[in-house]
Design a protein around this ligand. Structure first.
Ligand SMILES: [Zn+2]
Length: 354
């Protein structure tokens, strides 16, 4: 019986591609039909709703988010769905829409790695085992899900040190999953034509135009991290180039979906964005510590550099309470953690206190 069943399945597959079942939560979706809906037509739909006498604010927000979510990797979408579930049932329409989108997409190509270099000729091979030069975020969930924690040496005399990505660091937008947007990096102020440098040594894995990111460079570093530099005006490196820390990789700009010139800078480990301010002290323009432990949590990784103390947020905590507990000020906590006074604290979140 079993054999027969699988045989029938195979012939069916040859005739037409098997449609995966989509798990739906309620029956709401954002759009009546998603089949072949282009980004432009979704944007036009959004604009027509916005022009109504009483625009549906919640739906407008969700449509904007959906457009943003479409640029994410499958792994990022999975993490995002988790956090949307945590946020409650008002997001079911968006969750359903993302699920439909994931099912409609052929993510097969994410498993195809182009081995540009024979054997181990690229950095951090033992961590990644692949080298993809066509996608900024090529990693599947499998590379990540069985991890618990990982210790990294970010800088030493063999792999070099850290150099700031731009000349004068002004952080204009911080890292975080917020309801209004999912910011997977930090924004650093710059003028068009300003130099953008690789923060660590490594090899250029990706250098091309990528949707809302605009001109984007991704460098795989010998220390195991990957960094991403988006909205560039010009490329100064190509795929496969070896770079030193501080080496020019591009000129800053506002290509892609960007209001005003700035550098969107991401630090990733196995494709999962980590908060750059957890490992880089942007004020002092140096690493918090050469050694860091990445601890996997539900949403990604928390980076804990050596010599730094963290407090884990508990139910009922608020910033002033934590500041009082450790004899520090709200301003100091905000500066150290790159958060604002009104940033909501999440239970389980780690707040740097030292
Ligand atoms: Zn950004």
């Amino acid at each position: 019986m079993l054999l027969l069943a699988s045989f029938v399945g195979e012939t069916e597959r040859e005739k037409k591609p098997v449609k995966q079942a989509v798990v739906m939560y309620g029956d709401e979706t954002l759009f009546n039909s998603i089949e072949n809906l282009s980004d432009e037509s979704i944007q036009a739909f959004h604009d027509s709703l916005r022009a109504l006498p009483e625009p549906p604010i919640g739906v407008l927000e969700q449509i904007k988010l959906f457009l943003e979510i479409k640029t994410m990797s499958k792994l990022e979408m999975a993490l995002l769905l988790d956090s949307l579930f945590d946020a409650g049932d008002e997001h079911y329409a968006l969750i359903n829409q993302v699920n439909l989108f994931i099912t409609s997409q052929d993510f097969e190509s994410e498993e195809e790695f182009d081995y540009l270099n024979s054997s181990h000729d690229f950095p951090a091979h033992s961590i990644y085992g692949n080298w993809n030069t066509t996608k900024p975020h090529p990693y599947s969930i499998e590379i990540w899900e069985s991890d618990s924690s990982q210790r990294l040496m970010l800088s030493n005399k063999d792999i070099g040190g850290y150099v700031s990505p731009v000349n004068k660091i002004v952080v204009t937008s911080t890292f975080g999953y917020r309801w209004e947007r999912f910011h997977r990096g930090v924004d650093l102020d710059l003028q068009v034509w300003d130099t953008v440098k690789s923060v660590f040594s490594g090899k250029v894995r990706f250098a091309a135009y990528f949707g809302g990111y605009g001109r984007t460079v991704v460098v795989r570093h010998h220390n195991g991290l990957e960094t991403l530099y988006a909205h560039l005006h010009r490329f100064k490196v190509s795929v496969g180039d070896e770079v030193e820390a501080g080496q020019l990789i591009g000129l800053g700009g506002s290509s892609g979906n960007s209001t005003g010139s700035h550098l969107h800078f991401e630090c990733r480990f196995k494709g999962v964005a980590i908060n750059p301010t957890q490992i880089i002290d942007f004020k002092e323009e140096k690493l918090v510590n050469d050694k860091v432990t990445l601890i996997k949590n539900k949403w990604g990784y928390t980076a804990i550099p050596d010599g730094v103390e963290y407090y884990t947020v508990k139910r009922g905590d608020y910033l002033m309470k934590i500041a009082d507990m450790y004899g520090t000020s709200c301003k100091q906590l905000c500066d150290d953690n790159q958060i604002k006074r009104n940033t909501p604290l999440r239970v389980g979140q780690k707040i740097r206190i030292l």
